[in-house]
Structures are given as C-alpha cells and as structure tokens.
Design a protein around this ligand. Structure first.
Ligand code: F6P
Length: 328
C-alpha cells in the first residue's frame, strides 16, 4: 500500500447509469475502511472545474445502494476538453488536498481522465459506468444489465398490443455507437429483426426478411433498432416505407428513450458496482494510474485507459447467430 494516497476524489460523468450510486458507495466505504479521506465531486468534470466538492464518510452513502441515477450528479463537460478548464480543475484539487481520483463513466470520461492524468501526473482510476456496454476490457459496464431488463420488460408489453392488433412495431433503444442493448434485448425479447450500428443490413434486406416471415405465418412483429443504426436515424421514415411496401401490417414506432437510464439497479449491477468500487481504491493504493478496473470472465482486471477507449465496439457474433436462428 503506497502512502501518497491520503485523499481520494470521486465523480460520475457522462450519461448516468443505474448502479453509479452503488459504485460511489463502495469507493467511499473502501476509503473509510483504509482510513483514507474521500471527497465527492459534483457534476463530473464540471464540478471539478468549479471546485464543487463535498466530504464523504461511510454514513454519507447510506440507503444509496438501491437508488438509480447518481447523487453526485453528472454532466458532459465541454470545458474539461480545454487546457484552461483542466488547469482550473488541477488548481481546485491541489487546494482541497485531493491527491488521486476515481472517475465513474464511459468512453468520454476515460478520455478526459487520460488527458488530465498525463498532463498533471495525477493518479486516476476509472470505473466503467454506462448503459451502452461499449467499453473495451470489461465484459460488462455498470448499468447495462438494468437497462437491458428495462428494455425487455417494455418490449414484452409492446408484444401484447402488437399481437392483439396484428401490428409491426419498430422499437428504438439507446446506443448511438453500440448495439449491445439492441442485440441482447432483441434476443431476450424474441425480436423478429435487430438493427445495430456495427452491422448495417440495409432496408431492402430487412424488407425481404419481413416478407418471408409474413409468408411463414407471422401475424405481428417486433424489430429492435439501435438509435445509432442507419435505419434508427430515420425510424419514422422507415416505418412509413414498410407500411407502404408490405401489405397487411400496420406499423407503429416506440422510442424508449431515457426510461432506459433510470430505475433501481439490478442485483448484477449492484454487485458489479460494489466489486469495481472496492477494486478501484485498491488499485490506487497499489500505485496504479491511468487504468480502468473491469471484469473479464468473472475476474477483476485492470486495463490501461488507452486500451479501454480504443477502436470500435466489439459485438457478440455468436449472439447474432442465435438471433438469426431463433427469429425464423
Ligand atoms: O451514453 C449513454 C447514452 O444513454 C447513449 O445510449 C445515448 O445515445 C446518450 O447517452 C444520450 O445522451 P443524452 O442523455 O446526453 O441525450
């Protein structure tokens, strides 16, 4: 255990995700366990630039494990992308005596942390928190499991009305660059087709498969569309196109939107958050910096920020195969 770490700052940044509170709680309690001070930073990097800090002790995070959102609040900071913004942030950390940080968020949060950590030689450890599940180096991000369950529950309800009216529903889910929610929810809710940004199947291919299913006796259908997919970007136009070119179906569109980001975290997300929160503090105490803690094959791992934010989102090809077979 290195003794340079005496006061840890913790923040949540980017889109909020269910389980962020559970992660903050684990960080705070692990600091208390090791007799290290912990400071909450409000509104992500915005609060860092404004010096909006609050001391956090073990009891400050009571009744927090089950709460959705993030009590520290979150933001997508434009100012932190500038040198001047980061300089203000560093000044505030120095003034408050904060010597290390744990940042909970996604890709944008880690990019900011990497830049800042290198610029000021400041120890930072990241925790992946985003419903999108689009961070490399971890099998799951905090919030993904809850969001997936929310989407599946919603689609189950849509299925009831789709079946009653012989309708085709296009259901748009979140994920501007990543199709994980769409793919898993599509398989879990029994969708007819799943459209994701990583694999553009094209409108005509979709029409062909819808015609085939109609001929095979399907009377209603659900298509899950990721907002980042080409078709997702024009979902209402595509709905019209399908209605005009496929006889016998009325088409409706449901955009699930921010309902996917709210709600009490699932058991899996609470456990993942607790595990990664404790391990983030452990990593700082081991002297690690510029890394994210994640979970791979049920083991906690540390991955350099540069790896976690690298390249394109990897999609589960096996799940695509399962979707194709089970939707026949
Ligand atoms: O990054 C999480 C996410 O929910 C994406 O799936 C979505 O595209 C985006 O955030 C929406 O962001 P905002 O809440 O800022 O509109």
């Amino acid at each position: 255990m290195i003794d340079q770490i005496k006061k840890v700052g913790v923040l949540t940044s980017g889109g909020d995700a269910p389980g962020m509170n559970a992660a903050i709680r684990a960080v705070v309690r692990c600091c208390a366990y090791h007799n290290i001070e912990c400071v909450g930073i409000y509104r992500g990097y915005e609060g860092l630039i404004d010096g909006d800090f609050i001391p956090l002790g073990a009891r400050s995070v009571k009744n927090m494990i089950n709460r959705g959102g993030t009590f520290l609040k979150s933001a997508r900071s434009k100012e932190f992308k500038t040198k001047e913004g980061r300089a203000k942030a560093y000044k505030n950390l120095k003034k408050a005596g904060v010597d290390s940080m744990i940042v909970i968020g996604g890709d944008g949060t880690f990019r900011g942390a990497l830049e800042f950590g290198k610029e000021y030689q400041f120890p930072i450890v990241g925790i992946p928190g985003t419903i999108d599940n689009d961070i490399n180096g971890t099998d799951y991000t905090i919030g993904y499991d809850t969001a997936l369950n929310t989407v599946i529950e919603a689609i189950d309800k849509i299925r009831d009305t789709a079946h009653s009216h012989n309708r085709l529903f296009l259901v748009e889910v979140m994920g501007r660059d990543a199709g994980d929610i769409a793919l898993s929810a599509g398989v879990g809710a029994g969708a007819e087709a799943i459209l994701i940004p990583e694999q553009n199947i094209g409108r005509e291919h979709l029409m062909e498969s819808l015609r085939r299913s109609k001929q095979s006796g399907k009377s209603s259908s659900i298509i899950v569309v990721s907002e980042g997919d080409q078709i997702g970007k024009n979902i209402f136009n595509v709905a019209k196109y399908i209605e005009n070119n496929l006889k016998g179906y009325e088409v409706r569109v449901t955009v699930l939107g921010h309902i996917q980001r709210g709600g009490s975290p699932s058991g899996r997300d609470r456990i993942l958050a607790s595990r990664l929160g404790v391990n983030a503090v452990d990593a700082l105490l081991r002297g690690e910096k510029n890394v994210m803690v994640g979970q791979k094959l049920n083991k906690v791992v540390t991955v350099p920020f540069s790896e976690s934010i690298k390249g394109e989102n990897e999609i589960d090809m096996e799940l695509i195969r399962i979707a194709k077979i089970t939707s026949i």
